[in-house]
Each structure stands twice: as structure tokens, then as C-alpha cells.
Design a protein around this ligand. Structure first.
Ligand code: AMP
Ligand code: MG
Length: 405
């Protein structure tokens, strides 16, 4: 149901994480002109081939130029121009002598004018001169189609003067929480109500995948309320709902989905997030909008999003899912598989003697959000295993490497 979205022109600074939709070449050289790599003196190397601390070469200083200034004098074999890092090399000069290799400091500390300067070290042609085009040549391909924009690429594009580029669009994802028990954080919690956390966790996750979440708020467990929220989401590239997809009396999302479109699947042999639903909502004269109905329990919603929502967003953005950060760890607790589902267990992975170990990050109830926060990985017990026992090897997808040494 998903395809890459069309491309669009965006400011380079907003393109972080997006996929470049064109080959980009440079219309300039970088650096555009040859310039100094040091603060020092621009000279002709010939005049100082034999310079040493015992036998320095003395040159007349004719000017000082800083970065951004245009040299208006030439350098001759008997002269030098004081030059700062990044300033254009004056005509006649082919090398720069850093201040450290001259008597500049001595002159300054004795309050003497910088009219004549002694060069204490032999000079090689080209030293501390950055040639024009050293970094990027004229017409060079700097970013190819399909590249994911990262901060260095943003720097590279800016260095050749590019302000906007063509990238695959970010999908807009409408996020709806359903449940008559839900109230928005910030409001008072009256009896038998709970705060809506899914809307925010899912929206944040959408954003971290590169999508644009459109938070549509809470729908009560009521056909009309759910329908009206879904209608508000029809201009999005995908709608994600949470809750209302199980077998309870008030689980109405599937009903609305089948009223407005088609259910492609419901219920997946996984734990948590088994009652996940997916379908499309039909629109008049427009392509249908995919709807992912996540279960309501917050852990199920997150893991359901991770396994189904994230790949959909990546597909729409034309991004490959980064090579999975999967490792093999030694399991420290038992995982019992009662009904042949693929179990995704929240685990805490640590390393000892060059070996990974995984222990359950607390109780595995799908309502226990805090155990997701305490975990750094998701271990997989295959649907074909009845149980996995302490000491067995288990595959773990690490989602936070920061505390694994
Ligand atoms: P349901 O899928 O509607 O049966 O909901 C399962 C459980 O998840 C119930 O305990 C709900 O209260 C809870 N739940 C549903 N939606 C949310 C939400 N947006 N934020 C936090 N908890 C929720
Ligand atoms: Mg409910």
C-alpha cells in the first residue's frame, strides 16, 4: 500500500534525514581561490630556500591582508605580505611562512614596527597554500540521488552556495487516539480516566523517522467521533490510530475502517501488538489513504509502530531501513511462548568478557511503558519456540547503544 512520495524542493537546512532526489554538482570551486592555511607571511619561496635560524632571510613587509580582503600589492623576491588564514594569496607569492617561523613575536613584544621581517626556516614552494578547488572542483558531483541528507552534507551543499534541493517528501501522518477513558495531558484527571500517552509517543516516533505528525486528538469510543477524526486525517499520507482494535464491546476502529474502506489484515501472530489492524480508506476521485490501527496498550502501540509504521514511513521517504542493529546475546531469564507468537521482549543488554547478555527489562505486560524506557533492546523469541531458557542465545535489536560498553 506504500510507495515513495513525489519529490519537492526544500531549504537545505530542512532536508535533514530526507533522500536527495537529484544528482547535485558544484557550480564553483571550493575554495574558490587559492588562500592561506596559516596566519603568517606570503612570500616567494625562491627568496627563502636557504633561510635558517642562524642565517635568516630578511624581507620588507608591504601590507597586511585578512580573510575577505583583496590583496592590492604583489609580492616580490625581497618583500612579504602579512596574511591571515583564509585570505587570498597575493600575486607573486607561492608560499606562506607561519608567524612562528619568523621574528614577528619578538618585534611585537619589543614594540617594534613590522616593517622588516626575518624568516628563520627554509621555505618550500606551495607550503601552507590551499589551492583553488582543493576540496571541490568545478562541475564535481557532490551529492548523488538517493543520498540521505546528514549534517556534513548540509555543510557541503552550503559550501557551494546551494540553498535548496530536491528531496523525496516527508509523509504527513495523522495520529488519532481512541478511547472514552482518555484525557489530554495537562488537563485534570477525573475518576476512571487515564492520560493519553499514545498520541504523543507515536507522534514523536513519526517525527524521529522523518515524518510530519498531525495530532488530531482523542476520539471517544463512538462510531461518529472516530469517523469524524478519520475524515480529518484524510489529507495525510497515512493515518495511525491507537486502541479500539481488540474484541471488546467498544472496539470500533475496525468497524469504521470496513465502513470507509477495506481491512487488509487484522491480528498478527506477535506479542505484544497482536490485534494490530491495517487497511485503506477510500476517497472519491483520489487515491486511498492507508490506516494503521495500533492496539491501545502503550507498549503494543510502540512496538506495532516500530514493526509496521516505521517501515511504511521509510518506504514513503524512499529511505532504506538502516541495517538492523542486531546482536546475539545470552539470555538470562526465561521467555515462555504460550501461543506460538513471535515475542518481542524488552531487554536490557550489557557486555561482559566480550559477550552480550540480555535480561528482561522488568515485567513484560503490554501496559507497562516504564519497562520500555528501562530497556535498550528488543529480543526476539521465534513463533516456533515454545520457550527460551536462561543460557540460550537470542537475537536482540539494540535501539540504544549508549549504555553498552
Ligand atoms: P484498547 O485497545 O482500546 O482495548 O485499550 C487497551 C488499553 O490501552 C486500555 O487499558 C486503554 O485504557 C489503554 N489505552 C488506550 N489508548 C491509550 C492511549 N492513547 N494512551 C494510554 N493508554 C491507552
Ligand atoms: Mg478502548
Amino acid at each position: 500500500a506504500f510507495n515513495p512520495l513525489p519529490s519537492t524542493k526544500v531549504p537545505v537546512i530542512n532536508a535533514l534525514g530526507q533522500v536527495v532526489a537529484e544528482n547535485i554538482t558544484s557550480k564553483i570551486k571550493v575554495p574558490p581561490f587559492q588562500n592561506s592555511a596559516m596566519d603568517g607571511y606570503a612570500i616567494t619561496s625562491n627568496s627563502c630556500i636557504k633561510a635558517s635560524s642562524k642565517n635568516p632571510t630578511t624581507l620588507s613587509v608591504t601590507a597586511t591582508i585578512g580573510a575577505g580582503q583583496i590583496p592590492n600589492k604583489n609580492v616580490s623576491p625581497t618583500t612579504a605580505i602579512r596574511i591571515m588564514t583564509g585570505a587570498q594569496i597575493p600575486n607573486g607569492a607561492d608560499a606562506v611562512v607561519p608567524f612562528e617561523d619568523t621574528n614577528e613575536t619578538e618585534l611585537l613584544s619589543n614594540n617594534l614596527p613590522l616593517t622588516k621581517i626575518k624568516i628563520y626556516k627554509k621555505v618550500i614552494s606551495g607550503q601552507y597554500v590551499r589551492p583553488a578547488g582543493e576540496d571541490i572542483s568545478l562541475g564535481q558531483l557532490i551529492v548523488s540521488k538517493g543520498t540521505i541528507v546528514n549534517p556534513p552534507i548540509i555543510g557541503l551543499l552550503s559550501s557551494v552556495g546551494i540553498k535548496s534541493i530536491s528531496v523525496t517528501k516527508r509523509p504527513t501522518v495523522a495520529v488519532i487516539s481512541t478511547g472514552s477513558e482518555l484525557v489530554a495531558p495537562g488537563s485534570r484527571l477525573s475518576k476512571s480516566k487515564v492520560y493519553d500517552s499514545n498520541q504523543f509517543a507515536i507522534s514523536a516516533y513519526v517525527k524521529s523517522c522523518g515524518g510530519i505528525p498531525k495530532l488530531l486528538g482523542i476520539a471517544k469510543d463512538d462510531i461518529e467521533d472516530i469517523s469524524s477524526k478519520i475524515k480529518q486525517g484524510l489529507d495525510a499520507d497515512m493515518i495511525i490510530t491507537s486502541a479500539g482494535v481488540s474484541k471488546g464491546d467498544y472496539d470500533l476502529v475496525k468497524k469504521v475502517l470496513s465502513d470507509f474502506g477495506n481491512i487488509h489484515f487484522w491480528s498478527v501472530q506477535m506479542k505484544p501488538a497482536k490485534p494490530i489492524a491495517f487497511g485503506i480508506i477510500n476517497r472519491k476521485n483520489q487515491p486511498p489513504v492507508p490506516l494503521l490501527g495500533l492496539p491501545g496498550n502503550p507498549v503494543s502501540a510502540l512496538i506495532g509502530f516500530h514493526k509496521f509504521g516505521k517501515p511504511a514511513i521509510y518506504k514513503m521517504m524512499n529511505k532504506p531501513i538502516a541495517t538492523k542493529q542486531n546482536i546475539v546475546a545470552i539470555l538470562e531469564d526465561a521467555i515462555i511462548n504460550k501461543d506460538n507468537r513471535r515475542i518481542f521482549a524488552r531487554v536490557l543488554v550489557y557486555r561482559k568478557n566480550n559477550q552480550y547478555f540480555a535480561k528482561l527489562a522488568g515485567k513484560q505486560g503490554s501496559n507497562l511503558m516504564s519497562t520500555v524506557v528501562n530497556a535498550n533492546g528488543l529480543a526476539t523469541c521465534p513463533e516456533t519456540s515454545l520457550r527460551m531458557m536462561p543460557g540460550e542465545k537470542i537475537s536482540v535489536e539494540i535501539f540504544d547503544w549508549s549504555d553498552i560498553n
